[in-house]
Design a protein around this ligand. Sequence first.
Ligand code: ADP
Length: 482
Amino acid sequence: MTVMKAKPREPVVYHRLVAMEAMPVELELISALQEIHERIAEGGELGALLDDVCGAIGRILGADRVHLALKGTDSNVFGRIDHEWCSCPEINRTLGGMLPSEQEDDVVLDLVATPPPLAVIDPLNNPKLAAGPRQLFEAMQVKSSLAGRLQFQSRVLGLLCVHQCDRVRHWTRQEATFLSVVLGLLGLAIANNRMIQSMQAQHQEMVSLHFRLEESHQQLEAQVAERTAQLREANETLTAMLDELRQLDQLKSGFLDTVSHELRTPIHFITGFGSLLNDGMYGELPEKAQGAVSKIMVGAERLMVLVDDLLDQSRLERGKLSVKAQAVDYAALLRRMVEDFQPLVSAKGQCLTLDFPEAMPPLYADPERTHQVLRNLLSNAVKFTPERGEIRLTVSREGDMLKTVVADNGIGIPKEAQAQIFERFYQVDHGPTRSYGGTGLGLAIVKALVAAMSGRLSLESAPGQGSRFIVELPCLSSSEGA
Ligand code: ADP
C-alpha cells in the first residue's frame, strides 16, 4: 500500500530558517534557555508564567515586542493577544487585540500550517504581502518578525511572534533554534497546565460527589434510624395489644368453660326428668303431652351437643383437649352410629348406607372422640344434603390406617372455602335464602381430634356435586390386636 503524504505548504512571505550556515551555539542563548526552562519547571499560575517567558524571549533576542495568542480549548479561532512584552513605551501595544483567523489570513495560515519558526524580513517591501496582513504589520510597526506555532502532539495551542520594529533584522539560525526550543517547552507547559486543570476539576467533581454521597448516606441512615424507631414503637404497641388480646382470649375461654359446665347440670335435669316423664314414672301422659316432652328432649339433646362443642373448643384453645387411645371395635361403633342417625335420615327421606371390610382390625383411637368425629361429619352430611339425598359411610384398610369416607351428594363446598371451613366459627355463605344454622365449631374440633389421635383429615368437594370427608385413623395389626 502506498501512503500519500500531503505536500508541506510553501509559506508566502516567510523564510524558513533551516538552511543557514552552521554557527557555534552562543552560551548566552543556552543559559537563557536554562533560565526559561527553570521558570517553566517552577510552574505556578499559567498567565504569569507566559508573561515572564515572553519577557525573557524579548530580552535575550533584543527584540522590540513579543506577543502570544492562545487558541481557546474548544475553538479554532486564535482570538485575543493575551500576553505581551515590549522593549520600551514607544512600541505600540497590541495586548487585547485580535489576530485574524487562519481562514481569513494567509500569514496566520502559514504560521499554523508550517513547523516553527518562520521569519518575516522587511514585509512592507515585500510585493507578495496581501493588503490585510500589510495593514496589520504597518499598525504593529513590524520590520522583521520571528514567529511560530505552539503545539502539543498534533494540536496547535497558539501563536507566538517576536517583532523587531526599529530596523530590518536578519534572524540567525541560533535565534531560530532558540525560539523553536522555547516554543516546544511552552507547548508542553500549556498542555501540562491544562491537563492538571482538568484533573483538578475532575478531582473537585469527585470530592463534591463524595460529599454529596456522604450527605445522602447520612440522610439515609437518619431515615432508617427514624423508621426503625417507628417500627419498634409499632411493634411494642402490637405486642402489648397481643398480650391484652391473649389475656382477653383466656378470660373468654375461662368464661366459656364455666358457663358450659354450669349449663350441663340444668340440661341433665331436663333430659333426666324428660325420660322419667316419657317412661310414665309420673303416670300415663296424654298423647299431646308425650309429643311435647319428646320435642323438649330433642331440643335439650341439641343444646347438650352445643354445650359440649363449646367446652371442647375452650379446652382446645387452652391445649387441654385430651384423647385416650385404646383398641376399638370399629364395626360395632359404626353400626351403632348408623342406628342413632336412622331417625334423622328417615325424617328427610335420605338414604344412609354403611360399608366396611369383613375382616377389619380394631381401631387404635379414643372411642368417645371417634364417635364425636363421625357424629359431626354425619350430621353435616344430613344437614347439607337435600331431602331424598344419599349418604354413604365407607371404610377401607390402607396399611396400618383405617380410612373412613363420609360421602354425600349434597350442596358441596367451593374450592376457595375448603381450607377455611376447618377454622373455628367459619361457615360457607350459602346465600341469604339458605340458612342451615350451626356454630361453625364442629369441623375445627373434628380436625383437632383427628390430629390428636395421630390421624389425617382431608376433603374432596365441588359445589353441587356433594362432599367427601376422609378420616384416616391408626388401626392395630392382627398381632397387636391379639
Ligand atoms: P356448622 O355445621 O355448625 O356450621 P362446621 O364446622 O361443622 O359448622 O362446618 C363449617 C361449615 O362447613 C358449614 O357451615 C358448611 O358451610 C360447611 N360444611 C360442612 N360440612 C359440609 C357438607 N357435608 N356439605 C356442605 N358444606 C359443609
